[in-house]
Design a protein around this ligand. Structure first.
Ligand SMILES: Nc1ncnc2c1ncn2[C@@H]1O[C@H](COP(=O)(O)OP(=O)(O)O)[C@@H](O)[C@H]1O
Ligand SMILES: [Mg+2]
Length: 255
């Protein structure tokens, strides 16, 4: 490990050479590694089907890991059951179906804390502070929320357990540009409260702008890693993986 890495402390979460897949004999991840240090916000970008969601699921015990390991604060958590991981401080927000539509907002949040019901009042108060809009509507059913509000609720639910790392799968997908911006800013705010964030994003440009570091995944491998700025400006990354990113960045230049 290099001196600079040592300075960053023990990683909050680390995936080492993960080989994993859904079906026997078919590996989707072919040696994928990712490290998130305390306080970091990490972005995972890459083409459709690269294995981004699969990597998050492998870290959350939802996909069988054939080899490699996942560590949480230095402890091996590979093959741990999902409910154990939640208890240990891993929060996961899947891309879709991430709220219970027939339950109220408050009931959804309480579900997030089912492992520690005594802390409900304290954690609910913290979530109402972070998401005032959810507080206003706490007694309405989650099914009536807009896409952006649902994402907020799903994030809040994961935060109820005070996770040390929050894994987010495409939190801005399907939202209008304004709501996307809100989601990015809120995620940054959550990160600033001390929660390490690892997020998959299809909006590569915004993701690299807002994250401390990024990983470009391709065909189940981490092909490139670096600071958001370095990746966004790396000609190889632009040429091979981020053609659309390059176009997006150009679009931002003043005319
Ligand atoms: N539940 C599943 N069962 C079998 N194959 C899957 C499943 N989910 C995803 N895959 C396959 O795994 C590969 C990577 O998918 P995914 O991790 O969702 O990619 P990404 O999130 O980068 O778009 C794709 O080839 C996809 O078809
Ligand atoms: Mg995906």
């Amino acid at each position: 490990m290099s001196a600079s890495q040592t300075d960053l402390g023990t990683p909050v979460v680390e995936a080492r050479d993960i080989v994993a897949g859904y079906l026997p004999g078919v590996n989707i991840l072919n040696g994928c590694s990712l490290t998130a240090y305390p306080g970091e916000m990490i972005g995972i970008i890459g083409p459709n089907g690269a294995g981004k969601s699969t990597l998050l699921k492998a870290m959350f015990g939802l996909v069988k890991v054939h080899s490699g390991e996942v560590l949480l604060n230095g402890e091996d958590i590979t093959h741990r059951r999902t409910n154990k991981l939640v208890e240990m401080g891993v929060g996961f927000v899947p891309q879709t179906n991430n709220v219970f539509p027939s339950l109220t907002i408050e009931e959804n949040l309480r579900m997030g804390l089912f492992l520690r019901p005594k802390k409900a009042q304290e954690r609910l108060a913290a979530m109402w502070d972070l998401f005032p809009l959810l507080h206003e509507r706490r007694n309405t059913s989650a099914g009536g929320l807009s896409g952006g509000e649902r994402q907020s609720l799903a994030m809040a639910r994961a935060l109820m357990m005070e996770p040390s790392v929050l894994l987010l799968d495409e939190p801005s997908a399907g939202l209008s540009p304004v709501r996307q911006d809100e989601t990015f800013l809120r995620t940054r705010m959550i990160n600033k409260t001390g929660v390490c964030v690892v997020m998959v994003e299809q909006n590569a440009r915004r993701c690299l702008q807002i994250c401390h570091r990024g990983y470009v995944l391709d065909q189940g491998r981490d092909a490139h890693t670096g600071t958001g700025r370095d990746l966004a400006n790396d000609p190889k990354v632009i040429e091979l993986y981020l053609g659309t990113l390059a176009t997006d960045l150009d679009a931002d230049k003043p005319h």
